[in-house]
Ligand binder design. Structure first.
Ligand code: FE
Ligand code: FE
Ligand code: ZN
Length: 276
């Protein structure tokens, strides 16, 4: 089955997102757990969640992906910023249990000059504090473009974090096609080699989701600006290979392209025609 969706606004709750996803031909979706800049989350509406759990089962909505606010930085050199990231993620993970067995994706963070080793240690410490054995959610580390001092620019950096986390079975990886291409992994010319490298460094069994984006910038630019599918430097041919690759095709794909709902609907329809 082709599991494809896009990023949706969570402001009107789970049922609203589920119906919106179906209305544009999607069978999954991504959403921010709260305002992407951080701040308080709306209380969980238990009736909405109950209705959603039934509705998603009846309508074949597959695993959904929550995205942490992108401003969290669990490896800042500022202790208050680290504490805020830890508390926000711990709260998000607690809230995720209302919709069990889904994914929670986050950006590892930026070490802001302390060096990647210190950053990696802080991220692992944070995960060791907030992960717990009974949780059903899988926490995904997102591959990053490597702008500024971002951690997660290489598969090795993500591996180094996972190595230091005790509850490794709670962790997975989300591969963002724009980010890895900007980071210098040539998924256009050498998809096969990149996936082989991913497998040898991280293990393909850790790969749980794909953020499917084109890139506004050239290969290895370390920029992170998403482009509409087929309109960027990755291009439609490489995107077609990605959605059909035997190692990727059973993963959920989430569009984070610069689109309104109607644009997402068109991209999903296009991708369905390209799916073999
Ligand atoms: Fe992201
Ligand atoms: Fe992404
Ligand atoms: Zn991005």
């Amino acid at each position: 089955m082709f599991v494809i969706g896009c990023h949706l606004s969570s402001s009107k709750g789970y049922m609203h997102m589920a119906k919106e996803a179906l209305s544009i031909g999607a069978n999954t979706f991504q959403f921010f757990t709260r305002n992407p800049r951080g701040g308080a989350a709306k209380p969980i509406d238990e009736a909405d969640v109950r209705e959603f759990l039934t509705f998603s089962k009846e309508n074949g909505i597959d695993v959904i992906l929550a995205h942490a606010p992108y401003t969290l930085n669990g490896c800042s050199k500022d202790a208050d910023i680290r504490k805020f990231a830890l508390e926000t993620m711990a709260d998000d993970i607690r809230r995720m249990e209302y919709t069990p067995h889904n994914y929670y994706n986050f950006h590892p963070g930026s070490h802001v000059g302390q060096g990647e080793e210190a950053g990696i240690d802080y991220i692992a410490d944070m995960l060791n504090t907030i992960l717990y054995r009974e949780m059903t959610t899988t926490v995904l580390l997102e591959t990053m473009a490597g702008k500024g001092s971002e951690i997660g620019r290489s598969f090795e950096e993500i591996r180094a974090i996972i190595d230091k986390v005790e509850l490794k079975d709670k962790l997975g990886v989300c591969l963002d096609t724009c980010h890895v291409y900007d980071a210098g992994y040539d998924i256009v010319g050498e998809l096969d080699r990149v996936l082989t490298e991913f497998d040898s460094v991280l293990g393909l069994k850790r790969l749980k989701a794909v953020h499917l984006n084109d890139s506004k910038n050239p290969f290895a630019s370390h920029k992170d600006r998403h482009e509409k599918i087929g309109e960027g430097s990755i291009g439609i041919e490489a995107i077609t290979e990605i959605i059909n690759d035997k190692r990727l095709r059973n993963l959920p794909f989430y569009l984070e392209t610069p689109n309104e709902l109607s644009g997402y609907e068109r991209e999903i329809a296009l991708l369905k025609t390209l799916r073999k």
